[in-house]
Design a protein around this ligand. Structure first.
Ligand code: 5GP
Ligand code: MG
Length: 177
């Protein structure tokens, strides 16, 4: 697979993002809410740079993209309710694609009574946004390719790779996986 973002570059950029986050929160306690499972590596590496009063919680969402449901319709796992009432929340996701997931999760967290919600994504795909979501922190803008590694999967594989790679399209087809 072609490496799009090498491991060292990811680590450098995460240190930069952590610097910006630490400066913005300036000793205000923050609750990081990671979107399972893709946030795994990003969250683990980011929080180790953050010298803040910090809690970690998780949320899980899956979108149904089958022919019978609207694209972007989101199911939020009801048994995983992060404790965010009155707290300043930083929502962490691996990738911003159409924007439906992040937009819905921000509304959901506000509905749970969060005092504020900011958004950090590691990756943002150019030219794909259907919902106007402007992340407060974004690691890399990437081209419209299907990427894996560093938490991102294809059929639950490749999450463990320390770099971001482009998954090759199947020969003879134009379809994204
Ligand atoms: P959105 O709601 O922004 O369209 O979708 C975001 C979700 O779609 C991400 O959290 C991720 O799970 C999945 N996704 C979008 N693009 C990619 C990609 O290139 N690779 C992988 N592995 N997942 C992606
Ligand atoms: Mg995801």
């Amino acid at each position: 697979m072609d490496v799009l973002i090498p491991a060292e570059r990811i680590q450098q950029r995460i240190a930069e993002l952590a610097g910006a986050i630490a400066a913005d929160y300036d000793r205000r306690p923050v609750t990081i809410v990671g979107v399972l499972t893709g946030c795994l590596m990003f969250l683990a590496d980011l929080v180790r740079h953050l010298d803040l009063a910090l809690r970690i919680d998780f949320i899980q969402a899956s979108s149904y993209r089958g022919p019978v449901t609207n694209p972007g319709e989101l199911h939020i796992q009801p048994e995983l309710v992060p404790d965010v009432a009155g707290r300043h929340v930083l929502l962490l996701d691996d990738i911003l694609d159409t924007g439906h997931t992040v937009a819905a999760l921000v509304r959901h967290l506000e509905g749970l009574g969060a005092a504020s919600v900011r958004v950090a994504v590691l990756l943002r795909k150019r030219g794909r946004q259907e919902v106007p979501v402007e992340p407060d922190y974004c690691g890399f803008d990437i081209p419209d390719e299907f990427v894996v590694g560093y938490g991102l999967d294809f059929n639950d594989e490749y999450r463990h790779l320390p770099y971001i790679a482009i998954l090759p399209r199947f020969p003879g087809t134009d379809a994204a996986p």
